[in-house]
Design a protein around this ligand. Structure first.
Ligand SMILES: Nc1ncnc2c1ncn2[C@@H]1O[C@H](COP(=O)(O)OP(=O)(O)OP(=O)(O)O)[C@@H](O)[C@H]1O
Ligand SMILES: [Mg+2]
Length: 265
């Protein structure tokens, strides 16, 4: 004991392409800006993303740790803004079929880094497969990235249902991504809670909405995080402090692309 706790946040959502990786990377950078020591785990075991998004390359990956060929420390690569990244193994089929036990062992491996680390952000794969579930189970915070499309809401619901019924997870945070207006995020959250309240005993918390913004796509093309690339320059991504209300133990990024509450739509 005596080691300080690591805050583990799983970024997930069910559907593919809703922005999980972008949210993970930018959340990592924002928390690092607040002085947190952040490690970003690319848990998309089928198809590595984070290193590609940030234009990083690595020789060793999570696969080597699991195979017992190296230590987690040997795998960490330095990312932008002082964050450190554990790259996934790209296209290694065997990684997709990791047993639950192996996943648990993997998360356990992070305790090795306990005194060098404040926040561990896990960028999960799409879907509700075993790998996603075991990473989410290892986290204290589940951040669901959802977009206002029927498929995203349905997939998020399926994931919540599975995690709740089979694993007793009952607290979820919901972040609306690619919203075209602030109200779109609220509406999406209302649609989701309408079904969860009816069928499940879970507590959903609305975190906010990230605007749909072409700059995100452009930043990705340049292999830069939007947090680095455009923040403060685009009026839509206005820089303003967020109230530090919602996550005990850590707080939301001080500046994220949200609409200012004072601005009218
Ligand atoms: N707020 C946004 N505005 C515009 N484009 C966005 C936004 N967020 C994400 N995107 C774009 O959507 C695409 C998917 O994003 P991302 O890779 O983060 O999704 P994902 O959920 O991690 O996908 P996967 O399920 O494949 O891992 C990318 O091209 C990204 O640039
Ligand atoms: Mg991704």
């Amino acid at each position: 004991m005596g080691m300080h706790p690591v805050q583990v946040i799983a970024v997930t959502g069910g559907k593919g392409g809703v922005g999980k990786t972008n949210v993970s990377v930018n959340l990592a950078l924002a928390l690092a800006d607040l002085g947190r020591r952040v490690v970003l785990l690319d848990a998309d075991l089928g198809l590595a993303n984070v290193d590609v998004l940030l234009g990083l390359t690595s020789k060793r990956t999570l696969a080597d740790v699991i195979a017992g060929e190296c230590d987690l420390r040997d795998v960490l690569i330095q990312g932008p803004g002082g964050i450190r990244i554990v790259p996934a193994a790209s296209g290694t089929q065997s990684m997709v079929q990791l047993s639950t036990l192996q996943h648990a062992g993997l998360i356990q491996a992070f305790s090795e880094l306990g005194d060098e680390l404040d926040v561990l952000i896990i960028d999960t794969a799409a879907g509700i497969g075993d790998a996603v579930v075991s990473f989410v189970r290892a986290a204290q915070e589940v951040l669901l990235v959802v977009t206002d499309e029927p498929t995203s809401i349905t997939d998020a619901y399926a994931l919540i249902k599975l995690l709740n019924r089979d694993y007793g997870i009952s607290r979820f945070r919901v972040l609306a991504n690619m919203a075209h207006a602030p109200q779109e995020g609220r509406n999406l959250f209302a649609k989701l809670t309408k079904v969860t309240e009816r069928f499940l005993d879970v507590a959903l918390q609305y975190v906010g909405a990230i605007p749909y913004d072409e700059s995100v796509r452009k930043a990705v093309q340049k292999q830069r995080a939007v947090y680095d690339a455009i923040l403060g320059r685009s009026p839509r991504w206005r820089s303003r402090p967020l109230r530090r209300r919602s996550i005990p133990g850590h707080c939301l990024p001080p500046r994220v692309g949200t609409w200012s509450s004072s601005s009218s739509d």
